[in-house]
Design a protein. Sequence first.
Length: 198
Amino acid sequence: MSTNSNIDFFKIKSNNIKPEKGKILISEPLAQGFYFKRSVVILTEYNSDGAMGFVLNKPVNKPIPEINEDFPDFEPNISVGGPMSTDSMYYVHTLGNKILPGSIEISKGLFWGGNYSKIKKLINSNQINSNQIRFFIGYSGWTAQQLDEELKNNFWLVENLQQEKIMTHSNEIWKEVLLTMGPRYQMWANFPENPKFN
C-alpha cells in the first residue's frame, strides 16, 4: 500500500455527529503542530459566529501559582487549552451556576467560566476538589465557518464523551477514546506518529 493510500485510509470519511457545545473533537492521526497533534478538544461554544474549546490532553507540569501568582495553592488539573490568549487562564467545572455565578452550561452538569473571585474563595475554604474543576492556559478558537471547513477536510472527528473522562487529566485520552470506537478507530489509536516507522 502506498503512502498516499495509507494517509487516505486514516482520514475521516464522514461525521455522523454534528458539532455543538459539549461535544469533543478528535484530531486525525496525522495532524501536526503542538496544539492539535493527537488532540481531544471539548467544545464550549459553537454557533454561526465561530467556535471555542479547550484541548484536554496537553498537561502543564507546573502548579498554578507558578503560572498565575494571584491564584491560591491548589492541586488541580491544568492543561494548555490552545493557541489563543495564552496569557489567560480558563476553567471547566461541575460546580454549576448556583455555586459559581456567571458559569455557562456546556452540557448537562458541565460548565465553563464563572466568577473568578468566588473560585479563589471556594479553594481557600477547601470547598472544591481537583475532580470538580479543570484549568486551561489559553483556548482554541475558530472564526465563522472555519471549523466547518476543517470538518469537511476531515481534520476532526466529532464525538460524545462522558463527563468523567472530560474531567480526568490524562495525556492518553486521544488513544483511550479511539480504542472504544470500533475497529477503524482502534487502528488510528495504534498508528505510529511517524508513518515512516510503520
